[in-house]
Design a protein around this ligand. Structure first.
Ligand SMILES: [Zn+2]
Length: 60
């Protein structure tokens, strides 16, 4: 399964690649500052049987 996922920063819409590993759990969250605008982004990932769904949202 893919471990690299592309999302857009919810603040500046820059494309960001982020890595998640299904071994770490079927539902994961992490907060990382955007490298471009430095705002905190919350990444939420859910692993299904054949694909993963990754969301990037503002962390207020
Ligand atoms: Zn940004």
């Amino acid at each position: 399964m893919e471990t690299n996922y592309q999302v857009n920063c919810p603040y500046c819409w820059e494309q960001i690649w982020i890595e998640f590993y299904p071994e770490d759990g079927s539902h994961q969250e992490s907060i990382t500052d955007c490298e471009v605008c430095c705002n905190p982004i919350r990444y939420v990932v859910s692993f299904g049987d054949s694909h993963a769904q990754v969301r990037a949202e503002k962390c207020n």
